[in-house]
Structure formats: C-alpha cells, structure tokens
Write a protein that binds this ligand. Structure first.
Ligand code: ZN
Length: 446
C-alpha cells in the first residue's frame, strides 16, 4: 500500500485522528482531552515547497516508492499568514510570530504589540501565570523575531538589545540558541543573579540538569547544519529543553524554531535549506518520540510564512534532481570561501560539490571569484540550482498559506484550514483553567 495515500484516505473517511501513525498508540480513549504540556514548533520560512522538496531529498532512489517524511506523517491542516491590513498580505517573521504567540494580527516588525504598539498578552505569559514552565530552543539568536514574540514586547524586531534585556523579566526557564553578541557581561550578570546557569559551549549542555538555563552557543545564529552534518544542534537543544521543562509537574510550553530554513530561503540556497529542513525534521522526531512516551503532551508545528518562492523544477524543465544535494559536503558559503582562498580551487570545489564542474560552469565561477565572496557564493548556488532544477522567485517572503502539523491530545483541533491567529487562540483555549484558592486535600470533587 502506498503510504502517501493513507492520510487522504483517513480524511476522506472523516476520521479525526491527528496523525494516522499515532492512531494506534495514542487513541482518544487513552489520551487526556486537554494536554498538560504543549510544544509549539515553527519552521521559519518553511512553505509547502520546502516539505515537498525535503521528501524528494530524503527519498531512497533505490526503491520504487517515495518514502513518507515526518511532515507527511503529521500533517493536519493549513494556515493563512497575512499580517494586519496596514502591512498588506505578505507577512514578516515578527508579525507572524506575534499572531502565533498572541492570537492577534499586527504590522510587519511588531513583537507582540498591536497596531497601536500596545503589548498583547502572550501564550508564555499566560502559561507562567498558571504555574507552567516556559522555554525556547532555536537555531537563530534567541532575541530574533520568532522567539522574541513569545518572550517579549517591542515596537520593532530590530531593537535586539532591548529585547535581550527584556528577557530578564520573563522568568522563562529555558533559553537555548544563539546570540552571545546581544548579551554583554553586565546583562549576563543580571541573569546569573536571577538563578540562571549561563553556558556557551555545546558540550556543557550535559552539565545542566535543572532549570533555569541561558545557553548561547554562537555569537549570532548557529552554524549551517550542512556545515556540521553530525552535530544535530537543534535536536540536542530540543531534547535538553524537554528534559528540563518536564521537571515541572504543572506542565510546560516550549517553542522550538528551525530558524535558519528562512535564512537559507532568503539566500536562495537550496543546499543550506535542505540541511536546515533535515535538522528541523530531526527536532520534530525528538518531540514526536516525547509525545509517544508522554500522552499528555501536544505538539503543533507550522511555518510563519514561505520564503524565497522556492520551486521544485525550473525554466520549463520537468526535472528536480536532489542527488546533487545529498552529496554536497558543505554549504555554498563555506565552499565559496575556500574557493576564494585556494590555488587548487577548481579541484577543491568539484570535490566539495560532489560532481565534476563543466568548462562552462568553471568559466562563470572564475568571473565570480574575482568579484569577491558574496558573488562567488551566489555563483556556487546558481550552479547547484541549475544542476538540481531549483527555482526561486524572490529573496523575500511570499504570501502563500503554510501547513499545520499536530499530534497528541486535542491535535484534531488544528485540522483543516485556519488562520495563524486561530492556532494561538486554540492553544490559549487548551491551557489549564486558573486554579481556585487551595482547598483541603479531602474536599469533595466538584
Ligand atoms: Zn524571513
């Protein structure tokens, strides 16, 4: 039987399972109706073309079948992403994250403030009021737009220093990602005074056994996953965040972001994009496993918008060949840097790309190489685009809908079409009701 047809079949039968693969182990009978823990995962810029491309990138060419990915397995619906009308139909990451964190539309650039620049209550704030723990694990700097909208309020995403400073008052339990540059010693001292353990080395993650933690593992964003193929940084951060947050018996809300999918999209870099997709998929699998073992945990995954107008096939050719991407040994940025400096650049670049460059490709690259790193990086990406049949329509965002994926208690709430603000409002509705004043343990159940 074709796996790819199973979700459609279930939808056609009107079955409300969030995910067919979960139907066996997490049936409605066993799982609670309301989750104790909620994991929100955002693939920044991850429009539907990215999950399709990722499927073919991961396909085993030795089998007739195109294997299902974690995205195919968990898909439940779609979401519109348009911002407040003042910003038109195409959102940026800040307005989209504000929608996902607060359930309200705002202008592009807004960090959980409304169009009048007034703060909007966030899921994290509500969770904290209710005694839950909160945390973020991201591959960008932790004060970048998406995590910032969950943790802070600011009239502009560009106020990086003020946003970093504001995290002091969030009482968040787990802050893991990049961003050392935005946390000067004086600010770090204030965090440690509040009981945060501060680490910067990835190896030191293992030494952290309880919250709170401020882990900043890069000056700005984490390295491209494709440059560190076995590092699995985002999945390690995600696993650590789950371990730490689950120590709260009241429950937790965790945000995980595959942040650099968007950055690769802005660069029109399919090799880096597939590396980031793979790392985000790994992080999803970590959470999926947690949800299997903890039936009181809901995971909801979406994208904030689509980046780059990625197309699978380009220039009228009916072809997309991801084999090239599987063999590539480093990001185009890294390969270009080496090619600029090296004498044997043609041989080295061919080796790095995993294929023999043609005379025509070498001629173009040679011209680009004289013009500096940026032009050389772009030229390397163009060679990869031509070889794979990858197309792009913009270096910015596009306004198409994004997918929604979910598993665990109440996952069915996210079925079908919704707006990105609906996702947040559904999550708000799933948070526990405020506790009444403490009653004696033996009081009657009401
Ligand atoms: Zn973007």
């Amino acid at each position: 039987m074709s796996f790819t047809k199973a979700p459609l079949l279930l939808l056609a039968l009107g079955l409300g399972f969030a995910s067919p693969s979960f139907a066996d182990d997490i049936g409605p009978a066993k799982a609670p109706a309301r989750p104790k823990n909620i994991v929100i995962m955002v693939g920044d810029g991850m429009g539907p073309a990215y999950t399709s491309a990722y499927r073919y990138y991961k396909d085993n060419p030795d089998t007739e079948e195109v294997e299902q990915t974690v995205f195919d397995r968990l898909l439940v619906g779609m979401a519109s992403t348009y911002p407040a009308s003042v910003s038109g139909y195409v959102t940026d990451s800040a307005a989209a994250a504000t929608a996902l964190a607060t359930g309200n539309k705002s202008y592009n650039g807004a960090i959980s403030v409304d169009t009048q620049k007034q703060p909007l209550p966030t899921i994290f704030e509500k969770a904290k009021e209710l005694g839950l723990s909160t945390g973020v694990a991201v591959s960008c700097q932790i004060n970048h737009a998406t995590p910032a909208a969950f943790l802070s309020h600011n009239e502009s995403r560009k106020n990086y220093d003020a946003i970093a400073q504001s995290y002091l008052s969030t009482n968040a339990d787990v802050l893991l990602g990049g961003g050392q540059s935005y946390f000067p010693p004086e600010l770090l001292a204030q965090f440690t005074a509040q009981g945060y353990q501060h680490i910067t080395r990835f190896e030191d993650l293992a030494t952290i056994t309880q919250p709170k933690v401020l882990g900043l593992f890069a000056e700005v964003q984490l390295p491209w996953a494709v440059d560190e193929k076995d590092a699995h940084r985002l999945s390690s951060l995600t696993q650590k965040a789950l371990n730490l947050l689950s120590q709260n018996d009241q429950g937790f809300v965790l945000l995980v972001e595959g942040s650099l999918i968007d950055w690769a999209g802005h660069n029109n870099d399919i090799a880096a994009a597939m590396g980031e997709m793979d790392e985000f998929a790994n992080a999803i699998e970590v959470v999926e496993q947690y949800v299997r073992e903890h039936q009181d945990t809901l995971m909801v995954i979406t994208a904030d918008h689509n980046t780059g107008g990625l197309s699978i096939g380009a220039d009228g050719n009916y072809k997309w060949d991801p084999a090239v991407l599987r063999n590539i040994s480093a990001s185009p940025d890294t390969l270009a840097k080496a090619a600029i400096g090296g004498d044997e650049w043609k041989t080295d670049l061919s080796r790095g790309l995993g294929f023999e460059l043609t005379e025509e490709e070498i001629a173009k690259l040679n011209v680009a190489r004289m013009q500096g790193l940026e032009t050389m990086s772009t030229a390397v990406r163009h060679v990869i685009d031509n070889r794979t049949g990858t197309g792009w329509t913009t270096e910015g965002h596009t306004g198409m809908d994004v997918q929604v994926f979910a598993a665990g208690p109440a996952a069915g709430l996210f079925n079908g079409h919704q707006d990105n603000t609906d996702i947040a409002n559904k999550i708000f509705s799933l948070l526990p009701k405020p506790k009444k004043v403490k009653e004696p343990a033996n009081s009657a159940v009401n």
